[in-house]
Design a protein around this ligand. Structure first.
Ligand code: MLT
Length: 205
């Protein structure tokens, strides 16, 4: 599976979380990795590439239309990402390190799905402009040890707030800790959200 592995600076990386950077539709692992040092300069970065293509744009799972996801594909790809993480943990000697997924848009959605279905592989997620990735399917296991930061624009047709509401409810009912920040504006990442994500990482248990 093509991916970037960028070890953090020597000597300071052990206590810093490992950042699993997940790109949005049509982007790639290099572009999303540029955000990592803005969030945590000392972190090791893992950045795989979405395995699917939609008219040449890389993605993490199939969709029937914008915001209408192929849930079977979401489930399959979430399992594949969980296996990638388990393999990367042993390949890069990351046992005992906290791994935090940082996803944008389609990358946020696969991060959320992976954490909902495979909390033993991934239990920390920062989701920029994400939404409920598994409409109609609830989290299958307890998420009592899991922590989520949901960052959304109030006016984002690609991640509508009713879907984010449903996501928040599903996560909380499964026992997860959820922080949710809504800012004015649409799809993407605002400077204020980068600051919020940085603070969340610093205060993470
Ligand atoms: C998705 O397909 O995951 C969302 O609609 C966001 C995107 O277009 O990537």
């Amino acid at each position: 599976w093509p991916h970037l592995h960028l070890p953090g600076p020597d000597g300071v990386t052990e206590s810093a979380p490992v950042l699993l950077m997940l790109h949005g539709t049509g982007s790639d692992e290099r572009e999303i990795s540029r955000l990592a040092p803005l969030l945590s300069a000392e972190s090791t970065v893992l950045a795989p590439r979405g395995r699917l293509s939609e008219n040449g744009a890389r993605r993490w799972f199939r969709r029937f239309a914008e915001g209408v996801f192929d849930v079977d594909s979401v489930v399959t790809e979430a399992a594949a990402l969980a296996s990638f993480l388990d393999a990367a943990r042993s390949e890069y000697d990351l046992d005992g390190r906290t791994i935090v997924a940082v996803g944008l848009s389609n990358g946020a959605n696969i991060a959320l799905a992976t954490a909902m279905l495979h909390p033993q592989s991934l239990d920390r997620v920062i989701a920029f402009s994400g939404m409920h990735p598994l409409a109609g399917l609830e989290a299958t296991s307890s998420l009592s040890g899991s922590e989520f930061l949901l960052l959304n624009g109030s006016d984002d047709p690609m991640a509508p707030s009713d879907s984010v509401d449903a996501l928040e409810t599903a996560l909380r009912s499964a026992g997860a800790t959820v922080d949710r920040i809504v800012r004015p504006g649409g799809h993407g990442i605002a400077q204020s959200e980068l600051e919020a994500a940085k603070g969340w990482l610093e205060s993470m248990s």
